[in-house]
Design a protein. Structure first.
Length: 451
């Protein structure tokens, strides 16, 4: 299965190279004139397909938003969502950090904290079977067992670094990522308990009888062990159904029963979180309530927008083998062997080769909590013999604490984003943009302002 992962990563690498060549021409057929309902903007957009296997008629869909100013002088950033199997375009661009957000009446509004303020942003729907990307040979989907961003990004960067091509790769950033199965997933229990989501008794059971990584294994493989079944029952009672575990301080989309990640189609969550009775729970709640801080129904609006024929025509997109665009694919499945492949060691090899790495976490994500990422980064720094060049401290944005950070050897950075969930640019857009800008500039995150 590991060779299958590298095949997908290699296809992504080839795709990025081909896209760079395609949009280099001012006469590119992929240029977007305007998206339906789009406000006027001064930057260029491109979208289309790159064929990665002509024989199998397999192609990946991309969307490129050039930087708002001086695109020729700004870096190119490739954005990949995980999931597994979730769309870097529909979720990444339209929900998180792209230039537009879907609004009421089928209109698009500007995202004031779009990451194309700092870089040329390239969003790639991968692998085939995700979003508008497709394979005419449907048997390909039987082979694809997707990993998540914590795998894709380090593996792709490693492949680029080893390719010998002059790609001028400067760094990678991974957010709320799965870097090592046991460490990351077992940190869930600590996070649940510390935030009052589970009782002391259940927390003790997670530490002594059946931990959260074992619950994940059972959820993925379908196997059941008596001890874990009992712990699962307790979790099911204590963990609320109408609750967004990807952003524990956020509301859910009441009108559709979705969290920010669209519960029915977003697979990376423990088995005890999926309930057939969730709709009945939601029906008992206030149907008109909306979050005052973020649009928790943005994923539903994105899905509605991207399923419009006029939008698909403007994007040069098509549906192949499916009847609707979905945020997270139903044809891309888990593979436990792939998920258990640690990528923290690949991160280490990138750091050793001189490539800057940022590992960041929204601190309100309980699915892949910051606790695991912080532990892994600190352990990696010790393994590589890197000293803390910036000690663990708060960083600031607009005179407020933006999160906490630590830097090792001026090359490996860990940072949290205060108040952010799993989709950090959605749930804390201003601070996420500040973190992104600092990373691109190679400067430490801002310290407290002097009194």
């Amino acid at each position: 299965m590991q060779s299958q992962v590298w095949m997908i990563v290699f296809a992504m690498f080839v795709t990025v190279v081909q896209i760079s060549r395609a949009v280099g021409s001012s006469s590119s057929d992929d240029k977007i004139l305007s998206l339906p309902g789009q406000p006027q903007v001064g930057f260029q957009q491109y979208a289309g397909y790159v064929t990665v296997d002509e024989k199998q008629q397999r192609a990946l869909f991309y969307y490129l938003a050039e930087a708002e100013s001086d695109p020729a002088l700004k870096p190119l950033v490739l954005w990949l969502n995980g999931g597994p199997g979730c769309s870097s375009f529909g979720i990444g661009a339209f929900t998180e950090n792209g230039p537009f957000r879907p609004s009421h009446g089928g209109l698009l509004v500007r995202n004031d904290y779009s990451w194309n303020k700092e870089a040329n942003m390239l969003y790639l729907e991968s692998p085939a079977g995700v979003g508008f990307s497709y394979s005419a040979n449907q048997s390909f989907y039987d082979l694809v067992n997707d990993t998540i961003t914590g795998h894709y990004v380090p593996q792709l960067a490693h492949l680029i670094a080893q390719s010998g091509l002059k790609c001028n790769l400067k760094g990678i950033a991974v957010g709320n990522a799965l870097l090592e199965f046991n460490t990351d997933l077992n940190s869930e229990g600590d996070y649940y308990w510390a935030h009052g989501l589970i009782s002391d008794a259940t927390y003790k059971l997670l530490n002594s009888v059946c931990n959260t990584s074992q619950i994940w294994r059972e959820s993925i493989t379908g196997s059941k062990f008596a001890a874990c079944v009992d712990v699962n029952k307790k979790l099911s009672i204590e963990f609320p159904k109408a609750f967004d575990d990807y952003n524990i301080i956020g509301d859910i989309c009441i009108s559709s029963g979705e969290s920010q990640l669209d519960v029915p189609s977003y697979p990376f969550r423990p088995k005890f979180q999926v309930s057939s009775s969730i709709q009945s729970v939601l029906e008992a709640l206030d149907q008109t309530k909306d979050s005052e801080k973020i649009d928790v129904c943005v994923q539903r609006k994105s899905s509605q927008y991207l399923n419009r024929k006029d939008v698909q025509e403007a994007l040069h997109a098509q549906l192949v083998g499916v009847t609707r665009w979905t945020g997270c694919s139903s044809v891309v499945n888990y593979d436990l062997l792939n998920l258990e492949i640690p990528t923290i060691n690949i991160v280490g090899s990138l750091v050793s080769s001189g490539i800057r790495v940022l590992v960041y976490s929204g601190d309100q994500d309980s699915v892949l909590p910051f606790i695991g990422s912080r532990t892994l980064v600190d352990g990696l720094a010790k393994e590589l013999g890197l000293n803390a060049t910036v000690p663990y401290r708060p960083w600031f944005e607009d005179k407020q604490v933006g999160g906490w950070t630590q830097v090792y050897g001026h090359i490996l950075t860990f940072a949290t984003i205060r108040g952010a969930g799993h989709l950090a640019p959605l749930t804390s857009p201003k601070r996420s943009l500040a973190l992104f800008a600092a990373f691109l500039s190679g400067k430490p995150l801002p310290e407290a302002l002097p009194n």
